[in-house]
Design a protein around this ligand. Sequence first.
Ligand code: SAM
Length: 272
Amino acid sequence: MPYRKSSPFPPGRRAVSRPEDEVFRSGTLRMYAVTLFCGTIRMVGIAREVFGEALPVAERYAAFLADAGVERGLIGPREADRLWERHLINCAVVAEAIPADAQVVDIGSGAGLPGIVLAIVRPDLRITLLEPLLRRTTFLNECVEMLDLRNVEVRRGRAEEVAKEFSVDVATARAVAPLERLAKWALPLLRPGGELLALKGERAAAELAEAEPVLQRFGVRTTELLQVGRGMVDPPTTLVRVVAGRPADRSAAAGRRQRAPRRAEGSRKRSS
Ligand SMILES: C[S@@+](CC[C@H](N)C(=O)[O-])C[C@H]1O[C@@H](n2cnc3c(N)ncnc32)[C@H](O)[C@@H]1O
C-alpha cells in the first residue's frame, strides 16, 4: 500500500499494532463502557426508589435544569451530566430528616435545590422557596407552574429581612452561607423547636464549631451532624441540624450576652 503524505506515521510504522495494545485498548474501553452503563443503571434504580411515582415529575425538572437552567446560568454546564447524583438525589434524601406535614422554608433556593426536589418527593410538605434574585425567582415560578407543584410558593427576599413573616417547622439551605451567618438568618424564621437543616460538605463539623458562639447567643436547644442517603449517594449527604429554642430561651440568651460586657466594665472600674 503506497504511503500517503497525510498519514502521521512513516512508512512501515502505520500497520504495526501490537496485539496486547489492542487488547488493552479495547479492554479499557469495554470496562469504561460497562462502568458507565452500570453506573447509569444503578442511578436509575436509586432515582426510582427515591422518587417513586413522582419520578416523571423529577425527570421533567431535571430536563428543565439541564436546558433552561444551564442556558440562563443558574447551574454550571458541567453539572448537566451529574444532575441526578450530585443534585436531585443528593437533595431528595434530605426528606428523611423532615417530619410529616412540616412547613418548610428553603433559604437561597437558587434553581430550586433542595426546595423543588423536596416538594416533588414529599407532597405533604408546604414549602416556601426564598430567593432574593429576580432571575432566579422567575425560573422557580416557571418550575412550579410547569411541574404543577401545589405545595410550593416562591417568595422573593433576603432571609434576614423577612423574619416577621415566618414561623416554620424547618428551614433548609444548601450552598448559601457559612453556618455562622446562615444560623443568624434562619433561626428567626423558625418556630420554637423548629429545625435548621443545612446541607454541608466536608467542613460541616468545623463550621458547627465556628458557629457555636452565635448558636449559644440564639439559645438553640441542640445541634447535631447527620448523614442521610447512605447507599444512595456517595458520599452521603451531610446535614447540620440546629434545633431552635423557645423565644424565652432566645431572649434569656440575648440578655446574658448583653449583661456580660457590663460586668466586665464594672470589674475594670473596681480595679482602677
Ligand atoms: C450558590 S447559590 C445556591 C443555590 C441552591 N441552594 C443550590 O444549592 O444550588 C446561593 C443562593 O443563595 C441566595 N442568597 C444569597 N444571599 C441570600 C440571603 N440573604 N437570603 C436568601 N438567599 C440568599 C443567592 O441568591 C443564591 O441563589
